[in-house]
Ligand binder design. Structure first.
Ligand SMILES: [Zn+2]
Length: 164
């Protein structure tokens, strides 16, 4: 009797969660990236780069991309695999911001406050859907020599506060 009650309670899901219930992938990591481009780079030119240079067809490098204005673009359904971290993509949901380098092409955290707020909210949403997933930066994976996303994700999460 008790378990039955628990079960029906469990099925009383939030509408938002129901949409993502179809994700059959076992998400272990929520991975943060940068595009390693100038912050003003357009979404269109990034998509073109994936298609024409990387030869990824219509598959984007990330599920979500936050542009310079702080708008989050949902590029791929979360149950689909995207190209973000070599050899780990099956277990990842990827998000990125446009930017991540200075005018000399050196790694730099170029995020505006607006981009940071949107990023924090997006990570919060993903954590609700994947409570067991670890939030990491691309560079936190073993054998990654890139600086991506040009800041320390764990330190930032610890110190960045969202004020509603
Ligand atoms: Zn990356």
């Amino acid at each position: 009797m008790k378990s039955k009650k628990l079960k029906s309670k469990k099925l009383n899901l939030k509408p938002q969660y129901q949409i993502y219930k179809m994700n059959t992938r076992d998400i272990k990591y929520i991975v943060v990236h940068c595009t390693a481009t100038a912050p003003t780079t357009s979404l269109e030119s990034i998509k073109r780069y994936w298609k024409e240079v990387r030869k990824w067809g219509d598959t984007p490098g990330y599920h979500y991309l936050i542009d310079a204005h702080g708008a989050a673009h949902h590029l791929l359904e979360e149950d689909k695999i995207s190209f973000g971290v070599y050899a780990h993509n099956k277990a990842c949901v990827h998000l990125s911001y446009i930017g991540g380098i200075d005018t000399n092409g050196k790694p730099k955290d170029t995020r505006s406050i607006r981009q940071q707020v949107v990023m924090r909210r997006l990570i919060g949403d993903l954590q609700e859907r994947y409570p067991k997933a670890e939030v990491l930066g691309h560079r936190d994976f073993a054998n990654v020599t890139k600086a991506c996303p040009s800041f320390d994700v764990k330190t930032w999460l610890k110190h960045f506060q969202l004020f509603h």
